[in-house]
Ligand binder design. Sequence first.
Ligand code: GDP
Length: 191
Amino acid sequence: PIFKQAEFYITVKSAEKILKPVYPEVAFLGRSNVGKSSLINAVLGKKNLALTSSSPGKTRGINYFLVDKKYFFVDLPGYGFAKISKSERLKWQKLIESYLLQSKLLKILCLLIDSRRDIMESDAQMVDWLQYQEKPFFIVLTKTDKLSKNQLRQVIKKYQDFFPDNHILPFSIKDKKLIADTALFIKKALN
Ligand code: GDP
């Protein structure tokens, strides 16, 4: 395995409690239900480390996982819930913003996008914003097992045209090779 050991570390729900930089970090971000928890679990070779399908309305926080005693995997709360109050949205924004501002050891951010969907306004905005913040990130297209080979080729091309400056990786929890590719890409960025 590319990562050998992983444990839940802490959940942080307010900006003041964000951890000071200690270990190299990779952070994960995407619309809710994109497959973020599934990807974190798969890459770490664990079944239930990150909880899947966290429902909207719950107080969502930043989950830290300590990996191989020397990296942090940082699970950022998902965005794009249809029904969310303005105050919830502002809280979310403040938390993510604070994280990105303070994360001096953030080596790479993994932006997850559902491969079956068209490019969504919220994802395009997120890409703009990450570029503006000058944060290094790559894009993972999730759930590619739902596409035919031909569809997948077209989708990858579409995203490459749309986001020419970013590395784009296909991903499926059902494909060991794609899981290993993603894990390796992350590991290289962390070192
Ligand atoms: P999160 O809200 O972004 O953490 O998304 P989850 O990891 O909870 O996944 C949302 C739903 O998509 C769940 O029902 C997962 O089983 C499903 N899912 C996640 N990844 C994949 C994948 O690669 N392929 C397929 N077919 N389903 C997936």
